[in-house]
Design a protein around this ligand. Structure first.
Ligand SMILES: Nc1ncnc2c1ncn2[C@@H]1O[C@H](COP(=O)(O)OS(=O)(=O)O)[C@@H](OP(=O)(O)O)[C@H]1O
Ligand SMILES: Nc1ncnc2c1ncn2[C@@H]1O[C@H](COP(=O)(O)OP(=O)(O)O)[C@@H](O)[C@H]1O
Length: 223
């Protein structure tokens, strides 16, 4: 349904710079992408913990959790809303729904950035165009370098071996259709800021690689 809607942007009295000064560090987005089971959530949590220890204001947006609330499936929405409402607003895993999932997360991540927070996101986000769209949003409301793409590059065979939720097994058995890496595409980042060999190091070592990048880029306060 298209409506004639007029909306106007309002600048806030307290600017992002004011908030960053108060926090003692800049905002930004650490965007983890990779196959299911690659270690996005584990490594993002480890980085989050290390940054928190350093006194950095962070927040972690995690795929499974966000798909229970902001980006709930029609099945979850049906518990509280009409079937028509759930059908219209619920998100699944088709290419369009994944794009909308990532667009909404990108918008939320951008808001955190404007609050001067270093936000970490852990979503499969299999399409380069969807990730690039978030980069554009974040960098246009802030500056170049605010969006840091972290590719958790773990071979499919390793992810499948881990299979903590048994989803690969179901996908191989044809019980789940359109599963990333099995019968749905994963477009590896062309030029990620951080490229992690997720099958070769411990989560702690991988987290340190991310922290080292932030330090190199001057994203962390001097110690
Ligand atoms: N079809 C299909 N493809 C990929 N993943 C699937 C699918 N169905 C369910 N799951 C589970 O949902 C998690 C991925 O959700 P995301 O929101 O990160 O996906 S996406 O970015 O919109 O592609 C993913 O979680 P992670 O394992 O944490 O990545 C899976 O557990
Ligand atoms: N670097 C690693 N080495 C060994 N196991 C790992 C590593 N990273 C994650 N894991 C394990 O792999 C499984 C999937 O990790 P998870 O973070 O849930 O992946 P994702 O969020 O990408 O789906 C978990 O059981 C986790 O403990």
């Amino acid at each position: 349904m298209s409506e004639n809607v007029e909306i106007t942007w309002h600048d806030h009295h307290v600017s992002r710079t004011d908030r960053e000064k108060l926090n003692g560090h800049g905002g930004g987005v650490l965007w983890f992408t990779g196959l299911s089971g690659s270690g996005k959530s584990t490594v993002a949590n480890a980085v989050d913990g290390k940054l928190h220890q350093m006194g950095i204001h962070t927040f972690l947006l995690d795929g499974d959790n966000v798909r229970h609330g902001l980006n709930a499936s029609s099945k979850i929405l049906e518990e509280s809303y009409s079937p028509e409402y759930a059908q219209r607003f619920g998100l699944g895993f088709g290419a369009q729904d994944r794009a909308e999932n990532i667009r909404r997360i990108g918008a939320v991540a951008d808001l955190f950035c404007q609050a001067g927070v270093l936000v970490l996101t852990a979503f499969v986000s299999p399409y380069q165009s969807d990730r690039d769209a978030v980069r554009r949003i974040v960098e246009s409301s802030g500056s170049a370098g605010d969006f840091i793409e972290v590719f958790v590059d773990t071979p499919l065979a390793v992810c499948e071996q881990r299979d903590p939720k048994g989803l690969y097994k179901k996908a191989r058995a044809g019980e789940i259709k359109g599963f990333t890496g099995i019968d749905d595409p994963y477009e590896a980042p062309a030029k990620p800021e951080v490229h992690l060999a997720g099958g070769d190091y411990t989560p702690d070592q991988l987290a340190d690689q991310v922290i080292a990048h932030l330090r190199e880029q001057g994203k962390l306060p001097q110690v």
